[in-house]
Each structure stands twice: as structure tokens, then as C-alpha cells.
Design a binder for this molecule. Sequence first.
Ligand code: ADP
Ligand code: MG
Ligand code: MG
Length: 875
Amino acid sequence: RKWVYQYEEGRADMKGLLGGKGANLAQMWNIGLPVPPGFIITTEACKAYWSDPEGLMDSIWPQVRDAVSKLEERTGKAFGGAENPLLVSVRSGAPVSMPGMMDTILNLGLNEATVDALAAASGDQRFAWDSYRRFIQMFSDVVLGVDIGEFEFLLSRVKGGQGCSYDHELTHQSLRKLVESYLRLLDSKGIKFPTDPWEQLRLAVEAVFKSWNTPRAVTYRSIHQIPDDLGTAVCVVSMVYGNLGDDCGTGVCFTRDPSTGERRLYGEFLVNAQGEDVVAGIRTPRPISELKSTMPEVYEELVKLTELLERHYRDMQDIEFTVERGRLYLLQTRNGKRTAKAAVRVAVEMVREGLITPEEAVRRVTPDQVEQLLHPQLDPTLKFDVLAKGLPASPGAAVGKVVFDADEAERMGKGGEDVILVRPETTPDDIHGLFAARGILTSHGGMTSHAAVVARGLGKPCVSGCEALDIDLARGVMRVGQREIRKYEVITIDGSRGLVALGALPLVQPSFSDDFRELLDYADGLSRLEVWANGDTPEDAQRARSFGARGIGLCRTEHMFMQADRLPVMQEMVASVTKEERIEALSKLKVMQKEDFVGIFRAMEGLPVTVRLLDPPLHEFLPKVPEMRERLEALEAEGKGDGPEARKIRVLIQRAESLKEANPMLGFRGCRLGIIYPEIYEMQVEAIFEATVELMSQGVQVYPDIMMPLVGTKEEMRRLREMVDSKAKEFEARLGGEIPYMVGTMIEVPRAALVAGELAEDAEFFSFGTNDLTQTTFGYSRDDAEGKFLAEYVRIHVLPDNPFHVLDRSGVGRLMELAVREGRQTRPDIQIGICGEHGGNPKSIAFCHKLGLKYVSCSPFRVPVARLAAAHAAL
Ligand code: ADP
Ligand code: MG
Ligand code: MG
């Protein structure tokens, strides 16, 4: 079986077998870019390793030996050689990028003998010993499981002894002493450091295979929904050296700014350093633009090669490079992680540059990212005291309590508290804390530090490299100058500008960029589903329209009655005993309701507005009985027990008691109200038509769709339809023209779905009210279930998702399918949409697309997410 691949045998599209890193190294090699020679052990080998470690290692080993011989030929160096020794890096690379999650070892092949040979070959003792101590450190950490902190301690002691603060200032004598102390440390633990390069290689390869299953890698995969059975490939790459002096260095760069998407080379580098130094935040790296003056030729070449890579991959690239004595090498390229904002800008600009099609642009932005764009920001004009400044590592703003520990952040976050995780720097072991926090603040590390990269991926605000912070983990405080900030104090961070402030600053919703609008226009061009919005006020309607909604799918009239100036009139209506009293109150309400409709219809000019008639049980409009009783007692105590207010309260209390139901959700509500008290729905229909007639006579196009809630029988639908039609006739006569209205029903109880064919005889449209339909299909109260058992049901996998968030396809969805099919049999052109909460959920939107609905309707803020999700469903 073939376990080992040469670069020549690989291609960018072989990520499944060679891992992302390996496939891209092969691709770069094959298009002639300067990549150090190497070879790749497949992910298949990793998978086979789990079931039979020894057997697998034995079976791949001859192929590895062959590949190393080829490497020796290519580089003119000898593995374990006493002259010009070949050193390699052993690198993990999974099919899906999992930055920082698995292990890499550099400078493998060094021992007592080869270190001298390396010194002789390079003419640089310091370099050779620096490489050796790095190797021992990494190998011990990754393979031998020794805590890296113990080495760091020895390192800082030697630095102290020599009176210097940076690694690269250490002399070769100090480094040599350091290596000796490292080996002594291992000795004292009874660990013998392997000196045979072949043994080193074998152990390192095994360690990479094993690193697939470390807890942090497993957590990362579960958060990002990456399958556990992909396995990792292992890249063995001949070393190039960034630590050979001041004409050397290492860095990472992006072909576009990963925060904003702006087209410019963006990144960081360190002179005289190796690989991990840049990400580890040991020295603060320099911005890539400085390379222009320090190594102009290298910079020019880097610009040229990175542009070539971007055109080749037709996507923004994230590139690792190393400069060895003025020569540039590329060590990795991949599609760069980016913020939501950058994702949109890059996608749209690449369409304009002719690199990709609008369809590809839409494919590259996820509904999740759009959602992030709608996350809060600090008002850019807000004046506030800046506590400290750091790097703007991941945009957006967050407010939360300071917590210094990832475990605690996770605990509090899960408990529903807003926390900001504050650390000197983060490591992959902190991943659960980053996940649970609202935002991340670190005192060290650059824009490509672990915290920054992970935060951008998660769409959380992050300020990194905030050097003014002096964090005392042991005492649980941080200091900025004189000010001491304790654990649990509230701070605000602004990851867009790199600012930290005390207390909770107000956050605002961001506005849309032109790029974003353009992307959503591409999306609309690709989708079959329209996106409508739920909105109860003219403001909602305006917002919905500006977000691109093509109609109002649900206007809840009862919300209009809840407003302070209307509630008393509504209560008058509810308290009415006789029909005459009720009609009098209703006629006052009608005036107000008509004004609302005028505003909404005007805002939605030319687009359909679906108005749902009164739905909640009437008692919801009355104050709570105990409150009324209290007020009554107070009045009586004041001697006003016979006054007009007291009398009114007594009536209301009596009415509330008579309306009381054991199970109001299944009670006297929805169209049942309209059937028993026809005058209520008649008033509402009149208000709708009055508004329509008024606007139409001004030349405004209005399309009112009148929707009945909670219908369950054909007779309900027939009566209500008849009522609307006869009202319509009156108003059409008044207008002297036709009103383009429709009458339809919600499908929100199982019976409505089951008799949809009959309902469609009178209903011209259906709208799935999936909140109630889910509640009534499962028999779960949507107001109580979540906290009582539903969250736990999801946690222990009794249910895959909360059905109130993600539509239940096999149950509720089946009823929907049935209703669509039978509704269409009766009335082929019936208009069908959904207006439940699910209308804004990407997974549920995909299902609605499959059912062939005309539209999904969701809250105005979710309209952009839904527009993109509707396009994705169609791709
Ligand atoms: P990760 O997946 O965590 O980025 P990598 O395998 O890419 O790990 O390696 C870590 C660091 O070591 C990177 O900065 C990389 O550029 C550097 N590196 C890896 N292999 C070599 C090599 N052969 N020569 C020089 N530097 C290397
Ligand atoms: Mg790594
Ligand atoms: Mg890398």
C-alpha cells in the first residue's frame, strides 16, 4: 500500500489524502514556487495507525526511508550525517484547517554529533545550538510529554545570567549550557533523549498521529463540526533556517487584510527567528510593511509570489514564509480565515476583479458570518475614557465581567453571564474559555497570535497585545498604571479599534456596507425563495424593506393594542358586557388601527403585507388580578372605594375571572375570538380596507393579505372568508375599483395541516406558523419547555436540536409537506410561506426551499441572514 507521497504526486485537490498543508505544499512545488523539498505521509496511514500502531509503523517505514533518501539527494545533505546534516520538520496537516490544534517539531535530526556538523556547515555556532535547544524543547513537549514551562524556566534563568531579554541575544556558549541543562532536566526525570535521528523521526511521526486525538483537538472539532474520522497527514519537510542571522527571518502574511478585507499585503515577521516564534508571542513581531525597508528584495519577491498564489487559488491566502540568508521560502499556504466583514469585502471585490463569479462569492460567505456582521459595535463617535490600548485583533465590541481563567469563563458563560476572558496570552488549551466568552483580551501577542486567530474564527471581539496590562493571575487582578481591576469587574473591549474601557459602554447595531448589499443582491439572483419580514409597526416595515425584505409575512395586530395609549381602550373593549359597549370601544380602536396600517402599507408600497387578525386570548390585555386587587384595596383605604376607578377595576376583575382558562394557549384565542365576537374581526378588516382605500385613492399601491390565526376547520375558514369578502365589496364600491386583497390562513395546529385540502377551498394562501405548530405537534409548551426539560433533552441527545429553533423535519415538517401537497391539489396557485421563528434559521430555510415555499418571513434583523441562506439552499 502506498503511504508516502512525493510533492510531484500531489495536487491541491488531494486534501483528503494529503491534508491541506501537504496538498498545498505539493501544489506550490509543482507550479515552481520556492518550497523546501519534502514528502507527505497520508491521512490513511494516520487512520490505520489507530487500529494497529506497531504494524502500521512497520509497514510505512521502508517507504519513509526511501523518501528520506530522495530528500538527501535533493538537498545534498545527509540525515544524521557527520557533515552537512539534513534536518527536517515533522508537521501535522489535517484535511480541514485546525490552526494550532496539533503539533509540529522543527530541527529534527540533531544530536551531539550533528549539532557540531551543523555549526561547521553553517559557520555559525550560535545558530546550531539555538536550533538544538529549540529541537529538544519541542520534541520533549510533543513527544515526551514534558511540561514546556520547565524549559522556559531554564531559558529565562540563562537569559538572566547573561543579562539579556531576548532569545536571539544569547551567545552560543549560553545556548550550549542551556542544552546541557535541558538534557540534565530530562535525565532527572529518567527520560533518555533519543539521539538516533531515525528513532527521533519515528517517534515524531507517531506523535503527530496521536495529536489528532488530544482533548483540545477533539474540542475544536466538536465546536467546528469537523468529523472525527478524517485523520491527519504528516509532512516531513527539509529545514530552512530563519535563525541564521540578521538577513534571516520568518513570518506570516495574508494577501488581503483579514480584518477588513482590504487588498494589501498584511502580516508580521521577525528577524533572526524560527517558525513558531511569530505565533507564540515571545517577541512582538514587526508589521510586514517594514520588510520593505529592511529586506527590499525579499519584500518585492514576497509581493510577487503572494499575488501569484492568490490568483492561482482564486482566494485570499494565508502564507507562512522563512527567509534564509536573503532567500525566500514558502512553507505553507491556505485560504485565509477572515472576519465576516472581510469575507464580504473580499468576495465582492474578487467578483469585480473578475477572479470569481457572483455565485462563488455567495458560496464563500456563510449565513453565520452575516449574522456576525449584525453584531453590536461601539458607536464610533462615542467619547469615553480609554483604559488601555492594544491591537485591534478581531472586530466588534463586547461588554462583560473580567475573568482570568478559561475554566471559569466557561462555567460563567454557560450560566448565561457575559464574560471577557483576560489572559497574558492564550493557548489551544484555553479554547473552551474563548468559546464561552463574549470577548478576549490579551496583554501579549500580535495580530496573528492564537487569541486573535481563534477570536476571528469565532466572530468574537478581541484586543491582543495590550502591553499596558499587568496581569497577576495568582491574585486575580490586573493593573493599568495605578488602577487595579479585579476579577468580575465589568469592562468593555472594542476589537475594531483595540481599545479597553472600564464599565459597560452602550453598544449599537452596525450599518450595512455597499459591498454587503451587493453580495445580498447576488444572493437574491440565485435563490428561489423570497425573504419577507415579520413587522408590526411602520418602523419595522421600513427596516425590513431597507434590509431587502420583499413583503411583510406577519403583521401582528395585537401588538398595536399593547401600546400605552391604546391599552385602556382595548381594556374597555375586553371589559364590555354588551355588544353595543364592545362596538363603541372597537370603533375607537379602529381609528388607531387604521393609522397603523396606513403607515405600514405606505412603507411597504408595492409589496404584500400579511395582516393577521387578533390572536391572543383577551385576558392578556388585562392587568394581573392580584395587582388589580391591591390597587382596589388602596383605593378603599383612601375612602375612594365607590369612585369611578374602583368601579372600573371591579368590572375588570370580574371579567378577568370569567376569562380565566386553565390552558390559555389551547383556549379562547385566534379565530375562535373572531367567530364568537364577529365585531372584533369586522373592525379590524374595516381598518385594513379603510387604510387601503385611502392610500389607493392617493395612487399608492397596496396589497393587503388578510390572515386568520389558529384555524382548524373548514367551517371557520368559510365563515371568515365570507365576512372579509362582503366587507371588501363595500369598500370596493366606495373606491370605485378592485382591491387586490387575499384571504388566507395560518397553518399552526396539526388539524389545519391535515385538512389543508379543504381549507384551500376558501384560503388563497397558507402561512406556516411553526412556533405554534411545533408546540401543538410535540405537545411542548413553548413558554415553559426550554428551561424545564428541553435544554436537557438536547444536551443528552434525546432530541438533535431544540425544535423551536431548528424545524423538526420528520414530524412538523411532515405535516407541512402534507399541507403543501393537498393545498396545491385544491388550489394549484395557492401562495405558501412560513412566518414562524424558523423562517430566519438557515437549516430550516433549506427545508422550506425543498418544500417549494414561495417565501420565508423572519424578524427584520434576520432578513440578510435569510437572504443568504435562501441562496445557499438553491446552490
Ligand atoms: P502549524 O500548523 O501549527 O502552523 P506548521 O507545521 O505550519 O504548524 O509549523 C509551525 C511553524 O514552523 C510555522 O511557522 C512553519 O512555517 C515553521 N516551519 C515548519 N516547517 C519548517 C521548515 N521545514 N523550515 C522552516 N520552518 C518551518
Ligand atoms: Mg502546529
Ligand atoms: Mg502553519
